[in-house]
Design a protein around this ligand. Structure first.
Ligand code: UDP
Length: 337
């Protein structure tokens, strides 16, 4: 029997898909989530325990470690609005960088030495070459990216100092949801492209603003690497197995290696839904690089992981099912966003 796993932020979008997979694999999962952005209703697997609280609440975290004797931590809990991080950086440094210090202190005290970390391609900043490999310089251009990069540094230092083994998983653009539409993406406010394109189709928002049409890309709009959230979840399971089996710390990109433009997302959505996307072409959004595409080959070498879905329609289709299906409404029933 494996030791229980603590999943912070497990009621959020990527966290809940990962919890669902880990629990289906028979692992004992305890979720710690303050429900500021997470949804209790996203934890649909019987036996998954939800503790409502903050990662930075040392007394609570210490009591949880004493009770469950966790063998590993998967840490998702963080704020992720890049624009807000520019106007309110301390909120991000507090939540994303300072709070995990408390968690790591308790791990050190408890002898728990496995940590899977939700990192981001935002730690690279503006790409100097494409596709982006893990050896690309890390020069984030937002407080959000810096708040995550500092945790990567802390994990490396804890590795040297007391043997922590960590996996820093640098996500590209998480998208899609479980194909049965039982859980999905529900941010408030929603800023991500695919849900906003779909919300423009249903009329939940008037139109989609396309941020910039003058980028040096074939159709002038930004190119991103959209990675299915269930593929991300699979990478977390593999990273856990690798570390729990005694594997060395690693940092790797999680993407498909395929770049898709904003206009291509709009066209794919129109084709899939059979409905037009009302669009307003506008100026660039500050801080958006023209292209972000992963070289995902290191994750394949180290974890045997590759994205099983590389066609963006495979992300848009379940997201549409989720948005128009019956389950999303339940997320809002308890008033949390
Ligand atoms: N985007 C857009 N309109 C929107 C939201 C996003 O044109 O309402 C563009 C954005 O400029 C970027 C891409 O879509 O080029 C993906 O943005 P998203 O916010 O989903 O993810 P990010 O790449 O910023 O992490």
């Amino acid at each position: 029997m494996h030791a229980p796993i603590l999943v912070t932020g497990g009621a959020g979008y990527i966290g809940s898909h990962t919890v669902r997979l880990l629990a289906a694999q028979g692992r004992h999962i305890v979720v710690l989530d303050n429900l500021v952005f997470g949804h209790a209703q996203a934890l649909i697997t019987p036996g998954v325990e939800l503790v409502v609280g903050d990662v930075g609440d040392g007394a609570l975290v210490r009591a949880l470690f004493a009770k469950h004797r966790f063998g590993a931590v998967v840490h998702f809990a963080a704020y992720a609005y890049v624009g807000e991080s520019v106007t309110n950086p301390l909120k991000y440094y507090q939540n994303n960088t300072a709070e995990p210090i408390k968690l790591l202190q308790v791990m050190q005290e408890s002898g728990c030495q496995v940590f899977v970390f939700s990192s981001t391609c935002a730690t690279y900043g503006v790409p100097q070459q494409l596709p982006i490999t893990e050896s690309h310089p890390q020069a984030p251009i937002s407080p959000y990216g810096r708040s995550k990069l500092m945790v990567e540094w802390m994990l490396a230092d804890c590795g040297h100092a007391w043997g922590l083994r960590s996996a820093c998983l640098r996500y590209f653009n998480a998208s899609g949801c479980s194909p049965d539409g039982l859980i999905g993406e529900d941010h408030d406010p929603e800023t991500h492209l695919i849900p906003r394109v779909l919300m423009a189709v249903t009329g939940e928002i008037d139109h989609l603003d396309v941020f910039g049409t003058d980028y040096p890309t074939p159709d002038g709009t930004c190119i991103r690497d959209y990675i299915h959230v269930e593929d991300l979840a699979d990478a977390h399971a593999r990273a856990l197995d690798h570390l729990v089996a005694g594997g060395a710390s690693l940092c790797c990109n999680l993407g498909t290696g395929v770049g898709v433009s904003v206009k291509q997302i709009i066209a794919a959505t129109e084709e899939l839904t059979g409905r037009p996307v009302p669009v307003l072409f506008g100026p660039r959004r500050p801080g958006d690089p023209a292209m972000l595409v992963a070289d995902p080959s290191l994750a394949k070498r180290l974890l045997g992981w590759t994205a099983t879905r590389t066609d963006v329609r495979e992300m848009i289709r379940p997201a549409w099912l989720w948005l128009t299906g019956p389950y999303r409404g339940r997320y809002r029933a308890n008033g949390s966003s």
